[in-house]
Design a protein around this ligand. Structure first.
Ligand SMILES: *Cc1c(COP(=O)(O)O)cnc(C)c1O
Length: 399
């Protein structure tokens, strides 16, 4: 099946100790309705066919696996392959779950999809999916982010979504979440909240993971067919964790496949400017679920930072927390400088400009490849393209 995946989470939405529904009882009921509707449509052949058709003919799936020969020769060691999610329509993996969420909303008879966006990547992918599916879309975005992310703001408007400028608090992502959630609570019967990663209360971590699992399903088959074996190591960057879960899920039972999630070390793990939630956080709660968090002693989320705005979240998907605890996945951190070096190197050696988020995963692959034998392989999820980052990087480096 296209979106079928593992047994987890349990009935209460827990992956080990993480996940769940830390929300008011009235909302739990609504979340459980969404879960029920999702479990039903996921088994329906017409839903599967509609999704498969859109993945193929709208998104452009399957995305290829590319052998990065020049990068491999430069590093000298393991052969490095890239899963090209950057080639998807709208330029990243996010469209995979946004189309799924918009289709689910339509099948449930919802009339409006609501979400927040930080840098605007989730907003654009969702506005795209809603235009396609034919459902109203309302995106909440902080005024500070609106001023900073002009191209994405313009795209969302062209795509026909209603953009709500949030003027409370620091006027950034966290305030946008609060504002969008408030709007959602006004009419949770007719609207649906479309979460942007494998986070939030159950069932969202599961739903988003399942829609993203197409990445690993394709990758596993493609790799077996071209290399006659599985990759030795998988690497993906982790913000909320959706592109990483998308790649990892299909390989979780392959004990010989090592998996590495890469968090942003920002200006260094010894500073307070990073977003390395799994590396340095502790168990807590945020946005309706339990996970590792970066928070102060009173449990308030700490300000987080990364050069890649898609990675700066003070929580992380509950399944990642579980996979860390059971040591199935190793989590490491890459700092801004290593990210920028990888960004430039991949651009100049392969003619592929990666998203700054994805460049964290590339940087980890470069570090690792050197010390691995030349008959070993690394598969990196290239979660998105770097067009959105080109101006910023060229200014930063004075190009
Ligand atoms: C949003 C984004 C990410 C981070 O989100 P995850 O849920 O951790 O995958 C990574 N890469 C790109 C290109 C993004 O746009």
């Amino acid at each position: 099946m296209l979106i079928e995946s593992s047994q987890m989470p349990d009935q209460q939405g827990y992956f080990g100790e993480y996940g769940g529904q830390l929300i008011p009882p009235s909302l739990i009921e609504i979340m459980n309705e969404i879960d029920q509707a999702y479990e039903e449509v996921k088994k329906s052949e017409s839903f599967q066919n509609e999704l498969a058709d859109l993945y193929a003919n709208f998104v452009g799936r399957p995305s290829p696996i590319y052998f990065a020969k020049n990068l491999t020769e430069k590093m000298g060691g393991a052969r490095i392959f890239l899963k090209r999610e950057d080639l998807n329509h709208t330029g990243a993996h996010k469209i995979n779950h946004c189309i799924g969420e918009a289709l689910l909303a339509k099948h449930m008879g919802k009339t409006k999809v609501i979400a927040e966006t930080g840098a605007g990547q989730h907003g654009v992918a969702l506005a795209t999916a809603c235009a396609l599916v034919g459902i109203d879309c309302e995106i909440h975005m902080g005024e500070v982010d609106i001023a900073k992310e002009h191209p994405n703001v313009t795209k969302m408007k062209i795509l026909g979504c209603k953009l709500v400028a949030v003027s409370s608090g620091t006027r950034t992502l966290k305030d946008a979440v609060d504002s969008a959630f408030e709007e959602y609570l006004k009419d949770p019967i007719n609207s649906i909240y479309a979460i942007g990663s494998v986070v939030g209360p159950h069932p969202f971590p599961k739903i988003v993971r399942d829609f993203q699992s197409i990445v690993g399903k394709e990758a596993r088959a493609q790799f077996l067919s071209s290399e006659n074996k599985l990759p030795d190591v998988l690497i993906a960057c982790v913000g909320g964790g959706s592109n990483a879960m998308g790649l990892f899920t299909e390989f979780l039972n392959d004990d010989n496949v090592k998996m590495i999630g890469v968090e942003p070390a920002g200006k260094g793990l010894h500073t307070d400017q990073h977003a390395a939630t799994l590396s340095l956080g502790k168990k807590g709660a945020i946005h309706g679920f339990e996970c590792y968090t970066l928070q102060d002693d009173e449990g308030n989320p700490l300000p987080v930072y990364s050069i890649a705005s898609g990675l700066d979240y003070p929580g992380v998907g509950p399944q990642h927390c579980h996979l860390k605890d059971i040591q199935r996945v190793e989590y490491v951190a890459i700092d801004d400088q290593e990210c920028l070096d990888a960004f430039m190197l991949l651009s100049r050696l392969e003619g592929i400009i990666p998203a700054l988020e994805s460049a964290h995963a590339i940087a980890q692959a470069m570090k690792l490849a050197k010390d691995m034998p030349s008959d070993s392989t690394i598969l990196v999820n290239l979660s998105g393209r770097g067009d959105k980052d080109a101006d910023f990087v060229s200014e930063l480096l004075g190009l």
